[in-house]
Design a binder for this molecule. Structure first.
Ligand code: SF4
Length: 474
């Protein structure tokens, strides 16, 4: 266990948590702001009762921020000081250096918008945030591409969350309820959702919709009739005449059939996701997905046959038991299918999912140094061979190898909604349990309001959910 004493630097706690956690993955870390405990005679773990000034901070298990960081420096410099201290202490470097935020491309985009070239932006990220050369170039390249993508139209961005999946994946950290167990609530859920849709239709009457994204969960967990009702409701409620993109996550191959795909097509859905996560059957079984790699291929071919011209596939790096070789094999098989875009996620495990995995006796991918990096290299090389370019990116806490999630796409097949949500350039009206609505003001200020995650509460408290949104947009 590592003890971190923040003292007067408690404003740095968020960054310290992110950086120290990244340098010591899996280690239990305890934070304490009370630097004066010692002078009151309390002993720190492993401590010796000496005054803090005379303590030896090289002790393995204690980091006293005030001893290593100059409180008078600006915050970014403090982060760099902490990073250098940890790098020296552990002998490691992190790909994203001292950057702790989840949206590194925001910085790059601001720099490019202020007139910097892509090359200078990459250099700035290396110098200012100690980002590796490779990642700095990636962020600058993506930011440049995002600026072009964001020029596509204006209007309302609508997110609709369907909080159901056929079964629950072992690592799931989303709002998802299995239809096996909760299927009886789907119709009530849709009724509540339709109430929210009615509110949004009235609130934004006359405003053309720019993007619709139906995610979850897995929207295709709905049966064909329910799916039709939902798509018809959207069609009846909004002006879709200027729609730039209509995405439905048909994520789980075990939730798709010909009838549902035809329904999506008939209602003008322009982009779908069919997500293998891995093409290794053993891993698919282990993580609780009810389908095989063969079923991924079968449903992909069916979607192509029905005329879908923009199909995304998601994969996850760092799944239990997988090595870089498994990722190479997954990428090789996906290459044969030639998807229009590929989203590469580095597994981020939340505490609840980790506990669930441990209780089921599942161990994580080998966390050998460099393994996650090798997986990422295999995925990005595969994407390049498929003719896909990186176009959006974000990071999460607790990501395997402290890496990032990257979306790659053929030119012109990028997901506009994905860029909008990551760069926070426009408001998103989000409906459904566990969703977060975001209002972006003219001056760049952002305000959010969320919907409860629990579907029973969502259904019973739907009027309150609508009120929250109404207040946000008043
Ligand atoms: S498909 Fe996605 S949302 Fe559904 S259980 Fe699996 S990880 Fe969770």
């Amino acid at each position: 266990m590592i003890k971190v004493i923040t003292g007067k630097l408690d404003n740095l706690e968020y960054d310290a948590r992110a950086l120290i956690g990244a340098f010591y993955p899996g280690e239990e870390i305890e934070y304490d702001s009370d630097f004066d405990k010692q002078s009151r005679g309390e002993r720190l773990p492993g401590g010796d009762g000496k005054a803090p000034e005379s303590r030896d901070t090289s002790e393995e298990n204690i980091i006293i921020l005030e001893k290593i960081i100059d409180a008078k420096l600006p915050k970014n410099e403090q982060r760099k000081q902490l990073y250098r201290f940890l790098a020296q202490r552990t002998g490691k470097q992190l790909p994203w250096g001292a950057l702790t935020g989840v949206r590194p491309t925001k910085l790059a985009m601001n720099a490019i918008r202020s007139g910097m070239t892509e090359a200078d932006t990459a250099k700035m990220m290396q110098a200012e945030y100690l980002v590796s050369e490779e990642k700095a170039k990636l962020a600058a390249e993506i930011a440049e591409r995002e600026i072009t993508i964001l020029k596509k139209g204006r209007g309302l961005n609508l997110y609709i969350g369907i909080a159901f999946c056929p079964t629950t994946c072992l690592y799931c950290s989303f709002t998802s309820f299995s239809t096996e167990k909760w299927g009886r609530l789907v119709d009530d859920y849709l009724e509540a959702l339709f109430k929210e849709i009615d509110w949004a239709a009235k609130r934004f009457a006359g405003e053309p919709v720019r993007t619709v994204y139906i995610g979850g969960g897995t929207p295709t967990s709905l049966d064909a009739a329910q799916l039709r009702r939902l798509l018809q409701k959207i069609r009846d409620s909004f002006d879709l005449s200027d729609l730039q993109e209509y995405t439905v996550e048909a994520g789980r191959p075990d939730s798709i059939d010909r009838e549902k795909l035809e329904t999506l097509k008939n209602y003008g859905v322009s982009r779908i996701s069919i997500n293998p996560q891995t093409m290794n059957d053993k891993t698919l079984r282990l993580i609780g997905r009810n389908h095989s790699a063969a079923e991924v291929r079968e449903k992909y071919v069916l979607a192509k046959e029905l005329g879908f011209e923009n199909i995304n596939m998601d994969i996850i790096l760092g799944l239990p038991g997988e090595t870089a070789k498994d990722v190479e094999e997954t990428v090789r098989q996906i290459k044969e299918l030639e998807p229009d875009s590929l989203t590469v996620h580095a597994l981020a495990i939340k505490r609840a999912s980790r506990l669930k995995m441990e209780s089921e006796g599942v161990t994580m991918a080998k966390s050998l140094p460099g393994t996650a990096q090798k997986m990422m290299e295999a995925a990005s090389a595969g994407a390049a061979q498929m003719g896909l370019l990186p176009y959006y990116m974000y990071r999460q806490k607790n990501m395997a190898g402290n890496l990032e999630n990257v979306g790659y796409a053929k030119e012109g097949k990028e997901g506009l909604y994905n860029v909008i949500i990551i760069e926070e350039t426009d408001s998103i009206v989000a409906l459904g349990a566990g969703t977060v609505t975001k209002r972006v003001f003219e001056n760049g200020e952002i305000k959010r309001c969320d919907c409860v995650k629990n579907i029973e509460e969502y259904i019973s408290r739907i009027d309150e959910m609508i009120d929250r949104k109404e207040k946000l947009f008043q």
